[in-house]
Design a protein around this ligand. Structure first.
Ligand SMILES: Nc1ncnc2c1ncn2[C@@H]1O[C@H](COP(=O)(O)OP(=O)(O)OP(=O)(O)O)[C@@H](O)[C@H]1O
Ligand SMILES: [Mg+2]
Length: 333
């Protein structure tokens, strides 16, 4: 089995916001999350809008800007040269110089709009080289850029274009190419295809898959779209209201989802030839300022028992690679 290269223990954080400029509240978006990313795998993070996926990504990458606040937890990274570093003990300068782009890259949500509109694509890439003091001659840099762009099916002329001259799908691929510039061991991609149409989405996902198979890097792929996970993931972690409620091999999870929330997500998928109306999940996700006691899913759960309303469920390990946070399985511990 591939070894763990990123280990996240009990991550806890959220947003400190002031209502009406006075009353301080805490949006508890990531609640005690423990997860591992293995060498050369695609780990999906699934869950509906607002459940904390992007917040988790920012916490892992170390992109912590107020009002985001990390309350506790630790993250260990096995670097390329075989060392282990505790990311949250590094200074922001160390993270910037040693980790970002080189060991770990991050494609933020809606990132196709982050390209500088006043700079040609090649200058945006060259800035990253300069930032890391990479010593490469200009021709070598250009060759490397063209290779990366071509691996994402972008023509070499793209390097001379301004962002507005490219389609949304091309801009998104340029951003992905930027993240792959130094062939990082880990890429965290937050909804990398949500802003593009379904045909472009398929093309981009296939290109990412091809890149990953060739590079043997690890990908943490965040998407609310379960069909993206079915297509891309090796393992999938399902998030609900700040908690990881189920983790497993993607085939096992789709074949036999265990957590009632995972079941609902998978049942709501449209299947070829099936004309029945898909059942959506009743109710709304909870308010993360005042989450419900016990299991955060209990108000929407068709199987809720008394204990679910009172006590937080334990994480139950059910065989190889499978764990579920639900009272229904607690007796199987
Ligand atoms: N800057 C912020 N200030 C206050 N609350 C925030 C901020 N950013 C996010 N939140 C809240 O934190 C919670 C988690 O948000 P997050 O963006 O992590 O969800 P998500 O799962 O990525 O959703 P989506 O699928 O829509 O991208 C939500 O309740 C959201 O409203
Ligand atoms: Mg998000």
């Amino acid at each position: 089995m591939a070894r763990d290269i990123l280990i996240m223990n009990n991550l806890d954080g959220g947003y400190e916001v002031f209502i009406g400029g006075k009353r301080r509240v805490f949006v508890h978006a990531v609640d005690n999350v423990s997860l591992t990313l293995r060498d050369s795998e695609v780990l999906g993070i699934a869950g509906e809008s607002g459940c904390g996926k992007s917040t988790l990504a920012k916490m892992i990458y170390g992109a912590i800007v107020p009002p985001l606040l990390v309350r506790s937890g630790s993250i260990f990274l096995y670097t390329r040269d075989g060392n282990v570093v505790e990311l949250n003990r590094l200074s922001i300068e160390e993270v910037r110089k040693k980790i970002w782009w080189l060991e770990m890259s991050y494609i933020p949500q809606n990132s196709m709009n982050v390209l500088n509109p006043l700079k040609r694509i090649k200058d945006q890439f060259i800035n990253v080289f300069k930032y890391h003091n990479m010593e490469m001659d200009k021709n070598e840099v250009m060759r490397h850029l063209k290779d990366i762009l071509s691996s994402l099916s972008l023509p070499p002329e793209v390097i001379n274009a301004y962002p507005h001259q490219l389609s949304g799908g091309m801009r998104q691929r340029v951003v992905i190419a930027l993240s792959l510039l130094f062939n990082p061991r880990i890429v965290i991609a937050d909804e990398p295809t949500t802003a593009v149409d379904v045909v472009t989405q398929r093309i981009i996902l296939s290109l990412i898959r091809e890149w990953r198979e060739n590079s043997k890097s690890s990908l943490m792929l965040i998407s609310h779209d379960m069909s993206v996970h079915a297509y891309m993931d090796d393992r999938v972690a399902v998030m609900y209201a700040g908690n990881i409620v189920e983790v497993g091999n993607v085939f096992d999870v789709f074949k036999e989802p265990l957590h009632p929330y995972t079941r609902a997500l998978i049942e709501s998928l449209i299947r070829k030839g099936d004309k029945t109306i898909r059942k959506g999940l009743a109710g709304q996700p909870p308010d993360l300022v005042n989450p419900p006691p016990g299991c955060r899913f209990h108000p929407r759960c068709p199987f809720a028992m008394d204990i679910c309303r009172r006590e937080e469920p334990p994480a139950v390990s059910l065989g190889k690679d499978r764990y579920v946070k639900c009272w229904l399985y607690a007796s199987k511990r």
